[in-house]
Ligand binder design. Sequence first.
Ligand code: R5P
Length: 298
Amino acid sequence: MADLDDIDEVKKAGKNFHEDIPQEKNGFFLKGSANYDWGMKNRLSSIFNPVSGNTLMLAFDHGYFQGPTTGLERIDVNVLPLEPYCDTLMLTRGILRSLVPGSTQRSIAMRATGGPSILRELSNEIIACDMEDAVRMNASCLAVQVYIGGEYETQTIHNLTRLVDLGLRYGVPVMAVTAVGKDMARDAKYFRLAARICAELGAQIVKTYYTAEDFRTITSSCPVPIVIAGGKKIPELDALTMARNALDQGANGVDMGRNIFQSDNPVAMIQAVRKVVHENASPAEGLAFYNDLVAGKA
Ligand code: R5P
């Protein structure tokens, strides 16, 4: 039954992604989410803005496997000033409890798997946060790393399905983070495969990287919302362009870290990303806004 040739098919005869036909929403603003229980819909609505349909998640969970990442040495100093401008904070429970004020109005995407450090085989992750504790922290979703094609692929899939089962019990969505490890290809073929597997196995949100080619085949063949990671730091205009392109091709937001907190001006950059995500700004408009903020004109 396994058919390796099939995952290569993009525009060839026999496969049609109907990229021009948006998926029917069936009464709830978010794709694929109409049949969930009230609590899960409410949590999703605290992540995705019901007006724009999109989210700006600020990702700063990198320390869970690589320690004090550049830009995250002092989360109280470097990251908390960004908090007012995002929709969702993606972080670990250690950072939440030690540094984030309980008065925050932002929703929480809680890192819920971990294990190996960057010095070891990254795919060897296990569940690292109990669902009861996630509910205690008022998490709006749990983030689970899934290594399709990785050495511990099945174990990471089991982490996902176990947390999906618990999330359905408590009304907490699970975001599958399609992880590429240190040397797997970051192309549409890989993310189509990984995103669809995660959605089929119950993830309510899927996180991928943006691909310059065929990104819409990833979003159109994944029945639940996709958000993109930012990846390594690139020039501000390039990061804004990547976000715009992803949104225009069916993504429902960004889960961006380094391209915000490693920017020369993170507070300006997060506001520029916000304009793209929620106000449909072009990359040029976003960059102009960034430059105005840096110059103190906006
Ligand atoms: C990586 O494993 C972390 O989970 C990050 O949340 C994710 O990569 C997004 O951050 P960045 O935009 O820096 O890639």
